[in-house]
Write a protein that binds this ligand. Structure first.
Ligand SMILES: Cc1cc2nc3c(=O)[nH]c(=O)nc-3n(C[C@H](O)[C@H](O)[C@H](O)COP(=O)(O)OP(=O)(O)OC[C@H]3O[C@@H](n4cnc5c(N)ncnc54)[C@H](O)[C@@H]3O)c2cc1C
Length: 215
């Protein structure tokens, strides 16, 4: 088993904790949105943003003026969390009502993406969200590349926490006349809606119809 650092060790319900890289990476790869927290001048900040994992790193990108990205590009430390919720757990007492989820928390110092990898990483962001689209769009201009900052945080200090299954009620409550179980939470993509200003005659391509990436 991989050992967590002191700040990564899950204290509450530690039986739900996982630290193995394949489990942490599996949750990171199944999601697209994270929240990144950092401290700026002694004040907490938190930013929701798109991410992708490639190898040992989680990558973030955005406007070069972004305070978060500048903090990370300068080597600043951050905490990043990712969560997917799979169900609402309805217990026989309010105390035991809960949610089924897969979550990850990771800590790390940021670093800028090496210049040689900058354009490729930006393309990978598009590909991670809309597989097949990069081949269709024009290459980024030098101004667009210059306006975009890409940073990465190593996935070395991470924990996962997973809750699955039924409510865990007190034995004395099991005979109560109260419904208990799980309401599954399903996130799905709908049918593609063409842009209002789409040129006539362009049909929805197969790669858009096939897109299964859920943010
Ligand atoms: C969708 C969802 C809903 C939740 N709702 C509640 C709620 O209503 N009330 C509640 O008390 N808890 C809830 N939790 C659990 C919550 O995330 C914390 O695990 C829990 O509150 C313990 O907090 P703590 O401050 O005691 O953390 P500690 O166990 O002391 O945390 C120590 C370290 O463990 C790691 N860690 C903690 N929690 C997580 C996590 N969820 N995923 C990955 N790593 C983690 C972090 O590195 C953290 O620094 C929920 C979790 C999810 C994903």
């Amino acid at each position: 088993m991989t050992s967590p650092s002191e700040r990564s060790r899950v204290h509450r319900n530690p039986r739900r904790a996982e630290y193995a890289p394949d489990i942490v990476n599996g949750i990171l790869d199944a999601n697209r949105i994270c929240h990144v927290a950092y401290v700026d001048g002694g004040e907490p900040r938190i930013i929701p943003t798109l991410y992708m994992r490639r190898g040992e790193y989680v990558y973030l990108h955005g406007n070069r003026q972004s305070a978060l990205l500048r903090h990370l590009a300068a080597g600043g430390v951050a905490a990043l969390s990712v969560v997917s919720v799979e169900g609402i757990v309805v217990a026989r007492s309010g105390f035991h009502c809960s949610m089924n989820y897969h979550s990850v928390v990771l800590f790390g110092h940021g670093e800028p993406v090496p210049e040689a990898d900058h354009e490729r990483v930006l393309e990978q962001f598009v590909e991670a969200l809309i597989p097949g689209h990069v081949k269709q769009v024009r290459p980024a201009t030098s101004q667009e590349l210059a306006a975009t900052l890409a940073v990465r945080i190593p996935v070395h200090e991470a924990s996962a926490k997973i809750r699955t299954g039924d409510p865990i009620d007190d034995p004395d409550d099991l005979q109560a006349d109260v419904w208990a179980g799980v309401i599954p939470l399903l996130t799905t993509l709908g049918s593609p809606v063409p842009s209002g200003d789409l040129k006539a005659g362009i049909h929805v391509p197969d790669y858009v119809r096939a897109c299964k990436v859920l943010p």
